[in-house]
Design a protein around this ligand. Structure first.
Ligand code: NAD
Length: 417
């Protein structure tokens, strides 16, 4: 498996070819600080268990470190470093006054009880709280973490520091100081860009088929937005299964949502109409969804999904990366050579961190914005970032990814002249 941090540095190299290497750009080749710990918790059966945990504080030139915490059995330091680097680029792409950080615990949270999960979440804060805080480092949810986990963490931080400080973490429940609109923000941002591109291409959503890899926070909300706007969603997948409609008529995605809610996984065929859909079991890695013959492929799962091995099988006309780092640099190059339009992660999923920043700001200023206000403030930020990136791409005849890196690195607060 390609090392995500090596991939991230190759992306930086491509931007350096345009900008020219210099000392300040060199700064971006390593994180400011790496925090590591083994969190030990008492399991329900009376045994003790240790879980490796990481927080990487990559760069805070533009503001406090900002980035999610991932709970996953494959979390390791290189992955967290890569994700924290991408956060640094992303916050600069959307020009919010935040830096880049990321955290993770090597754990399969599905194997833990709620009590164990709570102990582990609080344990993360106990280990690292001295380096966290509203003006230092502000975590958020990522894969397999959610508002409940953020609520436990903010509560633990309040206990350890002696006063409640909601702005130390984002993605909290509304009751604990979360922002309206945060849950859908990542998909909202990607969708604003998609609508703009569809307009530029002069096509109608009804004429476009879509498949979505990953049916969690980012993927499921994107499915809803696309379905409601008239796109034909013909395939979705999660870590266990892919469900594909070979007739290309498109699913009623409300049924998919119900299946996921009732069964926890996409393991049941829609209405059991086997002529209308086929269930692909053991789709790990889920090649079937990636290879589907659809106009748009939304990647909303994990890193390294499209590689040199499977890139030839990709049939989509364009790709939206809601996930971080889902395409290796080698596969990216091959796709670019084919003229594929790819909306890169640092742009496509930046709605999440933007609304996280809104949440932090509301907490710091003791405000509460309506959901409409949040969306109204998000849209111009995302569209400005997209327009700016597209203009840089056209000017230098480079991909949107390299253009996003180039424009981020030129931001004055990051490394700009
Ligand atoms: P999540 O835990 O809510 O969902 C992840 C989904 O991916 C689940 O449906 C899971 O079953 C599926 N999945 C995992 N491995 C898979 C595989 N091999 N094939 C197909 N599906 C697979 O996580 P999320 O928050 O939706 O995050 C997904 C991606 O989006 C991550 O890369 C994350 O870093 C990125 N992202 C999320 C946010 C956010 O606000 N949630 C913001 C920016 C970026």
């Amino acid at each position: 498996m390609a090392n995500p941090f090596d991939n991230a540095m190759k992306q930086l190299d491509q931007a350096a070819e345009i900008i020219g290497d210099n000392d300040r750009l060199e700064e971006l080749r390593k994180p400011n600080k790496i925090l590591q710990a083994e969190i030990e918790i008492d399991m329900d059966d009376g045994t003790k268990k240790k879980f490796p945990a990481y927080r990487v504080q990559y760069n805070n030139n533009c503001g406090p470190y900002k980035g999610g915490i991932r709970f996953h059995p494959k979390v390791d330091l290189d992955e967290v470093k890569a994700l924290s680097f991408w956060m640094t680029i992303k916050t600069a792409v959307v020009e919010i006054p935040m830096g880049g950080g990321k955290g993770g615990i090597e754990v399969d949270p599905k194997q833990l009880s709620q009590t164990e999960l709570e102990k582990l979440s609080r344990g993360f804060v106990k280990e690292f709280y001295k380096d966290l805080g509203p003006d230092k480092d502000v975590p958020a949810p990522d894969v397999n973490t959610n508002s409940q986990i953020m609520d436990w963490m903010v509560d633990e931080y309040g206990k350890l520091t002696g006063k409640p400080q909601p702005a130390m973490i984002t993605g909290k429940s509304i009751e604990a100081g979360g922002s309206l609109g945060r849950a859908t923000a990542t998909a909202d941002g990607g969708f604003f860009i998609l609508k703009e591109i569809v307009k530029e291409l002069g096509v109608l959503p009804e004429d476009l088929t879509v498949v979505v890899q990953g049916y969690g926070n980012a993927g499921a909300n994107m499915v809803d937005l696309m379905y409601n706007a008239g796109f034909k969603v013909i395939g979705v997948s999660d870590s266990k299964n892919a469900v594909i409609d070979p007739t290309k008529q498109g699913f009623d995605t409300n049924i998919i949502k119900a299946i996921k809610q009732n069964h926890g996984s996409l393991d049941v065929c829609i209405g059991n109409e086997t002529d209308k859909c086929q269930i692909v079991h053991d789709a790990m890695p889920p090649h079937k969804i990636l290879e589907a013959d659809a106009d748009i492929l939304v990647l909303a799962a994990l890193e390294n999904q499209i590689t040199e091995e499977n890139v030839k099988e990709i049939k989509a006309r364009f790709i939206i990366e809601l996930a971080n780092g889902p395409i290796t640099p080698e596969a990216d190059q091959l796709l670019n050579d084919r003229g594929m339009l790819i909306i890169p992660d640092v742009l496509a999923n930046a709605g999440g961190v933007t609304v996280s920043y809104f949440e932090w700001k509301q907490n710091m200023e003791n405000q509460k914005w309506t959901e409409q206000e949040v969306k109204e403030k998000l849209k111009p930020i995302i569209l400005d970032a997209y327009n700016n990136t597209r203009d840089v791409a056209r000017k230098h005849n480079i991909s949107l990814r390299t253009a996003a890196f180039v424009s981020a690195i030129k931001k004055v607060c990051l490394t700009g002249e």
